[in-house]
Design a protein. Structure first.
Length: 76
């Protein structure tokens, strides 16, 4: 199914509220209780390369960008 077909399906279902609710119920992403998809970066929403220490909740790319602003130093 292409993106345009998906948009057509949603437009058709918007007219039928009961079927639209059922579609949303069965096609929504499930709630995670554990695993890599549970924790996300606060800044960009990325799942992987997550730094949880000190309550940062950032991915490594975002951490590199703002590390000096939040008080971390780079040691060579």
């Amino acid at each position: 199914m292409t993106t345009s077909d998906h948009k057509k399906v949603l437009a058709q279902l918007a007219v039928k509220p009961v079927k639209y609710k059922k579609f949303q119920k069965h096609n929504a992403p499930k709630e995670r209780s554990c695993g890599i998809a549970r924790k996300k970066c606060r800044r960009c929403g990325r799942n992987r390369a997550h730094i949880d220490k000190y309550g940062l909740d950032l991915c490594r790319q975002c951490f590199r960008e703002i590390a000096t602003r939040i008080g971390f130093k780079k040691y060579n």
